[in-house]
Design a protein around this ligand. Structure first.
Ligand code: HEM
Ligand SMILES: *[C@@H]1O[C@H](CO)[C@@H](O)[C@H](O)[C@H]1NC(C)=O
Ligand SMILES: *[C@@H]1O[C@H](CO)[C@@H](O)[C@H](O)[C@H]1NC(C)=O
Ligand SMILES: *[C@@H]1O[C@H](CO)[C@@H](O)[C@H](O)[C@H]1NC(C)=O
Ligand SMILES: *[C@@H]1O[C@H](CO)[C@@H](O)[C@H](O)[C@H]1NC(C)=O
Ligand SMILES: CC(=O)N[C@H]1CO[C@H](CO)[C@@H](O)[C@@H]1O
Length: 397
């Protein structure tokens, strides 16, 4: 009863204030992808959608008092925050992008990308959602994450940065690009393919519950540096302050951050991304002990391989709000996930997302669009690549 009251109290707070979430992909793991032991998908066991959800079993301090929140009960209609108007200089959201950008230029463009994403398995689909995030946070959404090492021009692209070591889904982007070049050569940017694929993967993995339009018109960048990945991508051991700061640096607020963190409801992680700071014997975390024991077992490998485990132990292949219940129940992998409970505004958003699935779905779509507007390039500083792994050849550099 006390727990339920606490949940409801936090909920009220969440409705009053706006918060954003965290949880960025680090991706220490990499090297030898071992099939995820949890890849066997569980039936969609969504938590009850009614305001009387399964009682959270959390034992953490009760959510902060109402005074921690914006006192003025602004009506629900005031958030999600209005779309940031496209302003010129800093992390502006998507100036120059438009929905249906390819309708005239290449009418089947979006359908071609969707078909390529549809053909991918659930794990690769999850990878595509993360790929979009990593692309946008480093050099903006410009497909710089796709550039392959080139001994002469760029031996150390983003792809070789530590956080990128476990990215996947590249072959889906390449397949879509090949089909698009056959259909309308030189028209569709790799950056748009990454963005549309991230959207489509979200639609598929949510069973259509998350469904939003993604503006397009991005150009592809020519710069990709491994050295820019660590400073721009939040690490799995980040605390709330760091998460907020790193998202804010991209023009994304706390509501966006918490909503996007729900992406940790799909896909997997290598054990190396969290075992050191989150698993016994170094018990510095507030992880549920039984969950920690299971993770420890699943991460134990006779050969020393870097195993993978599901991000969401309960519905690993569904993009749903189960993630937020996992946060509440201390059954998440990263310190950055757990951290969302540790500040009043983020905790409020976590409870709101757990209790109001549709609200979160809506916020997730809006935040994906906003993320897709980060530092986009234009014809003036970008190009339409012919192959997504390489800048166009006659390179006047
Ligand atoms: C808030 C800060 C975030 C942190 C610290 C973080 C960290 C990580 C880490 C460490 C992994 C596991 C990589 C591995 O070891 O294989 C991961 C996976 C993943 N992340 Fe995040 N992430 C964050 C935000 C996001 C966002 C904003 C998205 C997308 C909207 C996202 C989507 C994913 C997905 C889908 C996976 C699974 C990928 C796969 O299965 O291949 N993450 N993240
Ligand atoms: C550990 O692996 C088992 C067997 O694949 C799986 O059922 C369980 O959900 C996994 N637990 C965690 C916490 O990953
Ligand atoms: C790039 O350099 C590495 C190491 O020096 C070498 O093994 C490789 O063959 C080179 N690749 C190309 C395409 O030149
Ligand atoms: C998503 O929305 C579009 C436009 O409203 C609709 O045509 C499409 O069928 C929807 N997709 C899914 C999977 O529900
Ligand atoms: C870790 O320590 C905390 C606090 O001492 C304790 O509550 C928790 O059960 C421990 N977790 C594990 C996995 O041993
Ligand atoms: C999936 C992918 O392309 N990842 C790359 C990350 O970096 C390693 C090298 O460290 C490459 O081998 C992978 O191809």
């Amino acid at each position: 009863m006390a727990a339920k009251l606490a949940v409801l109290g936090t909920l009220v707070l969440a409705l009053l204030g706006s918060v954003s979430c965290q949880q960025a992909g680090y991706g220490y793991g990499g090297g030898n992808p071992t099939p995820s032991p949890t890849s066997t998908s569980t039936p969609p066991a969504y938590p009850p959608t009614s305001p009387t959800p399964s009682p959270p079993t959390y034992s953490s301090p009760a959510p902060p008092p109402p005074t921690a929140y914006p006192p003025t009960p602004s009506p629900p209609t005031t958030y999600p925050p209005p779309p940031t108007p496209a302003s010129p200089p800093p992390p502006a959201a998507g100036s120059g992008l438009s929905v249906g950008y390819y309708n005239d230029k290449c009418p089947r463009a979006e359908a071609i990308v969707r078909d390529a994403v549809r053909a991918a398995d659930v794990g690769i689909k999850a990878g595509l959602v993360r790929l979009f995030f990593h692309d946008c946070f480093v050099q903006g959404c410009d497909a710089s994450v796709l550039l392959k090492p080139d001994n002469d021009t760029n031996p150390q692209p983003e792809m070789l940065g530590i956080p990128n070591l476990s990215l996947r889904g590249f072959e889906v982007i390449d397949a879509a690009k090949a089909a698009l070049e056959a259909e309308c050569p030189g028209v569709v940017s790799c950056a748009d393919i990454v963005a549309l694929a991230g959207r489509d993967a979200s639609v598929f993995l949510s069973g259509g519950a998350i469904n939003f339009t993604m503006p397009a018109g991005r150009y592809d960048g020519k710069v990709s540096l491994a050295s820019e990945t660590l400073p721009n991508l939040p690490p799995p051991f980040a605390d709330v302050a760091r998460l907020k700061a790193m998202f804010a640096a991209k023009g994304l607020d706390t509501v966006d951050m918490v909503a996007l963190s729900g992406a940790h409801s799909i896909g997997r992680s290598h054990c190396s991304s969290f075992s050191r700071d989150r698993l016994p014997p170094s018990n510095t975390s507030d992880m549920n002990p039984a969950f920690a024991t299971q993770l420890k077992a699943n991460c134990t490998s006779p050969t020393g391989a870097d195993n993978t485990v599901a991000q969401d132990y309960k519905t690993p292949d569904q993009l749903d709000n189960q993630y937020y219940w996992n946060v509440i129940n201390h059954k998440v992998l990263f310190a950055s996930d757990a951290a969302l409970l540790k500040s009043g505004d983020t905790a409020g958003l976590v409870y709101a997302a757990a209790l109001f699935q549709q609200k979160w779905e809506d916020r997730f779509g809006k935040a994906m669009v906003k993320m897709g507007g980060v530092e986009v390039k234009t014809a003036a500083n970008g190009e339409i690549r012919k192959m997504c792994g390489y800048v166009n050849k006659p390179y006047s550099g």
